[in-house]
Design a protein around this ligand. Structure first.
Ligand SMILES: [Zn+2]
Length: 126
């Protein structure tokens, strides 16, 4: 398993490629730059349907993801705007557990359910 595969698995990132991983000067934060696969671009975050793009501009967005050990993890990606006939203009849906550039609040509510199941099984097996 490569580093990128390990990161994608622990962060539950599906349908993305990791283009770059950087560490800040203090060494306490990892910036993981991701790119959506083509088939997952242009999806409405509300109805999960492919919808037309609103404009051709993208904007780099950052949002907090599941910490890795003692390091904070920030996902970085260019995000397109889409125009859904039902939901209007918004940023395209990103894959992963609760990943949304708009949700930069406490990351504890975005941990993948599979992690909790794994921890539960771990405590049972002791
Ligand atoms: Zn929609």
């Amino acid at each position: 398993m490569t580093h990128n595969q390990l990161i994608k698995k622990t962060q539950n990132l599906k349908g993305v490629s990791i283009s770059k991983i950087e560490e800040n000067a203090d060494g306490d934060t990892l910036y993981i730059h991701i790119k959506l696969h083509k088939r997952l671009r242009g999806i409405c975050p509300h109805c999960h349907k492919h919808v037309p793009g609103y404009d051709s501009k993208t904007q780099e967005r950052q949002w907090r993801a599941l910490d890795m050990g003692t390091k904070k993890v920030i996902l970085v990606s260019d995000v397109h705007r889409v125009k859904c006939p039902e939901h209007g203009v918004g940023t395209e849906r990103l894959p992963g557990p609760g990943i949304s550039p708009g949700s930069q609040k406490n990351s504890s509510n975005r941990w993948p359910a599979s992690l909790f199941i794994s921890l539960k099984n771990l405590s049972v097996s002791r």
